[in-house]
Structure formats: structure tokens, C-alpha cells
Design a protein around this ligand. Structure first.
Ligand code: 9MR
Length: 377
């Protein structure tokens, strides 16, 4: 049976959640709508989960996750640094829990990620010898993908291999293995986990130049006769600047390659930043002027965020035949990586649920997109 998450009835119908505090005490309760239910015939709805969430440490968050999401991606615990800390040592403790969590709760798991230049263990970063690096590369993919074969729904096989201009990023993988490493990663993953969907994942790959690079990369894998099932567009965007036209063009162009399209790490940032994307090596200096919404979002920004999310979901619904999943990069604003990056210690508000786990106006606007679709507008 579906567990229900209750909020006061007045809150559920109001877009002004800040006015709900007093009404919570006396009113009857009714469940808030469930994203996974609302969009069940359109695309899956996912979230990133951190260790505490996988371990079900907080009953309220846990109930919200189970009510809202039918897919999940581990935010960090399947990255090489954690799952493969030493040459011949793997640590599957939390990853195994994530798989169990998914099985128990009917949540499909997207493994993240087999090949990424970031969050690599120190031993791997220090391998200079090409043959040793090749051995690390194939051992890693065989062992990790092999362990979860038949248990995991999909893998982000390669993450962020491209530069903004569409050329290959100068990573340790490119340096040691050459630009065939992407194809080889997919070949190894397909052999180790034959029934798992396999994706290439990146940020800003809706932008024209990077998109062209991404398409070339996919075609190369396909031309080698190696299986690739989909492309993930991460979707780390900014309020008021969501690139809708590029997103739509990308859905069409990736889908024309015979690929499933998914949005894998969606969040819409509201705080100032002087660059776009999600390159974790880029940072900005701390400054109070960069942290303006410590006590909550002003109405105008809340509405901008809500409108952006609504426009995004209208677009997703328009292309629901091509989109298989929309995953948010976190359950609620308090969990978001954007509180710590690119400036440490900020209060960011990029998701549909606030720090108190309450649905924001953006949540209700997203739900409305489906109602309006049914009405035909
Ligand atoms: O959300 C993740 C954060 O907790 C980590 O500190 C960070 C370290 O690299 O990675 C974050 O997740 C990234 C994801 O794995 C790949 N795309 C960009 C995401 C945000 O940085």
C-alpha cells in the first residue's frame, strides 16, 4: 500500500505556503499529490539520495521519498572514491543498502557513476602506467557493474567526459586511455550487466556546442556496435535563465539517435553565480551579498522558480514519448549540494520541497501542468 504524507488541507490548495503555519493546527489533513502518481503514464520521477536517506534515518524524509519518487540515484555512494577505495578493496556497504532500499520500496535505482574524473580514489589518480590504468578501469567496471547486474535498473556509465566546446575533457581517462575510453566503458558495462540500461550523462549538454560533441560521442559508441541506451541531461539550471529552446532541441536530437532522453540531476538555482554548469572544481569567494535568502525566498523569486519549473514540465510533457525519467538532485532544499557550492555555507532553494519538507509553490505549479495538459492547454 502507498504510504501517505499528510499536510494541512489549506496548504495543499494554497500557493502561498508561508501563510500555512497557523492553519496547520486546526484543519483536517489530506495527502499532498504524489509526483510519481501524477506523472505515472508520462515518465519516472527520481531523486538523489544521500547516505542518511538510504539508511532511513529520518522518518519524515523517508515517508516523503516513498510517497513522491519511483526512481533514485545515489548522490555519492557509488562513486569510485567510496565504492573502490583501494586497488583490491571495494566497499559495497551503503551501495548494497541502496539496492535493498529500492527493492523494498519499489524504487528503481540508477547507478551513478562508473567512469568520472571527479571523486576518484587517490590510488587511481596516481596510476601513471597505462597498462595498470587499463586494468584498474576494467576491474572497476567489471566488479561494480557485475555485482549489481540484474538488480540495478540503469547506470550512468560515463559522466562528464566533455568540455563546453564539445571536445573531450582532458581527464585522466583521456590521458591514459585515449578517446576510445567512452566506447570501451560501455562495452565493458554491457558485458558485465547485460540487462541494465546504459547512459552517458553530462551537464550543459543541452547547449549547442556541447550537444554536438555529445552526439558525436554517442555516434562513435553506436558505430562500434556497442550498446548505449540513453543520454542524461543533468539539468543544473538558474532561475530566469532556463535554456528552454536548447532543451527542446536536445530532446529531439538525442531522441533521433534512437536514445532515451532523461533529466538526471534537476535543480534550479536562485542564488547569484557568475558561470553556469556543474564543474565542481569551479568555486567563488564567500561574500554575504551572495547569500541573500537566508530567511526564505521573497515572493517574486518564489514565483520565478515556480514559473520556470512549470515551463520545464510543460516541455517534458510535450515530449513525454521521448523522455523516460526526470530526477531531482535531492529531496528538499536542505539537502541540496547548492548550499555548499560554488560558495560554501549558503542557503539555496533549488528544489520542489523546502527545508521543512513542505511543498513549495513550484511543486503545485508542476502538478498543475498535468491537470492543464488533460484540459488541453
Ligand atoms: O551532489 C554531489 C555532492 O554531494 C558532491 O560533493 C559532489 C562532489 O563532486 O558531487 C555532487 O554531485 C554531482 C554529480 O555526481 C555529477 N554532476 C554534478 C553533481 C553536482 O556537483
Amino acid at each position: 500500500m502507498i504510504k501517505r504524507f499528510f499536510i494541512p488541507v489549506l496548504c495543499a490548495t494554497s500557493l502561498l505556503l508561508s501563510s500555512c503555519a497557523s492553519s496547520q493546527k486546526n484543519s483536517a489533513t489530506q495527502p499532498i499529490p504524489s509526483l510519481k502518481e501524477i506523472f505515472k503514464n508520462d515518465f519516472a520521477i527520481g531523486t538523489a539520495l544521500n547516505t542518511a536517506q538510504i539508511e532511513e534515518k529520518d522518518a519524515k524524509v523517508d515517508a516523503l521519498i516513498k510517497q513522491q519518487f519511483n526512481m533514485a540515484t545515489p548522490e555519492n555512494i557509488m562513486k569510485a572514491e567510496i565504492i573502490h577505495p583501494q586497488w583490491d578493496k571495494y566497499d559495497f556497504t551503503v551501495a548494497d543498502k541502496m539496492i535493498e532500499y529500492g527493492e523494498k520500496n519499489n524504487i528503481k535505482i540508477n547507478g551513478h557513476t562508473l567512469v568520472w574524473h571527479s571523486q576518484l580514489p587517490a590510488f587511481a589518480r596516481n596510476i601513471k602506467n597505462v597498462d595498470s590504468f587499463k586494468t584498474f578501469f576494467s576491474n572497476h567496471i567489471n566488479t561494480v557493474a557485475g555485482r549489481y547486474s540484474g538488480k540495478i535498473f540503469s547506470w550512468d556509465v560515463v559522466n562528464e567526459a566533455l568540455n563546453e566546446d564539445g571536445t573531450m575533457r582532458k581527464s585522466i581517462f583521456l590521458d591514459r586511455l585515449g578517446d576510445n575510453f567512452v566506447t570501451e566503458a560501455f562495452r565493458l558495462a554491457a558485458a558485465a550487466s547485460p540487462n541494465t540500461e546504459l547512459y552517458y550523462n553530462d551537464y550543459n549538454n543541452e547547449q549547442p556546442a556541447k550537444r554536438a560533441g555529445c552526439i558525436a560521442l554517442v555516434k562513435k559508441v553506436q558505430a562500434a556496435g556497442v550498446r548505449i541506451d540513453g543520454v542524461g541531461i543533468q539539468g543544473h539550471w538558474h532561475a530566469g535563465k532556463v535554456p528552454f529552446k536548447d532543451i527542446e532541441a536536445s530532446i529531439l536530437e538525442y531522441s533521433a539517435l534512437g536514445l532515451k532522453v532523461m533529466f538526471t540531476e534537476v535543480d534550479i538555482e536562485v542564488l547569484p553565480r557568475n558561470f553556469s554548469g556543474a564543474d565542481v572544481s569551479q568555486r567563488m569567494k564567500e561574500d554575504p551579498s551572495l547569500n541573500p535568502y537566508v530567511n526564505g525566498l521573497p515572493d517574486s523569486v518564489q514565483q520565478q522558480l515556480a514559473n520556470d519549473y512549470a515551463a520545464l514540465f510543460n516541455l517534458f510533457l510535450k515530449h513525454k514519448d521521448k523522455i523516460t525519467r526526470v530526477t531531482f538532485w535531492g529531496v528538499d532544499d536542505g539537502q541540496s549540494w547548492l548550499n555548499g557550492w560554488p560558495v560554501r555555507g549558503r542557503t539555496n532553494h533549488p528544489l520542489l520541497f523546502d527545508r521543512a519538507l513542505q511543498p513549495k509553490p513550484a511543486f503545485y505549479k508542476v502538478i498543475e501542468t498535468k491537470k492543464n495538459e488533460k484540459k488541453g492547454f
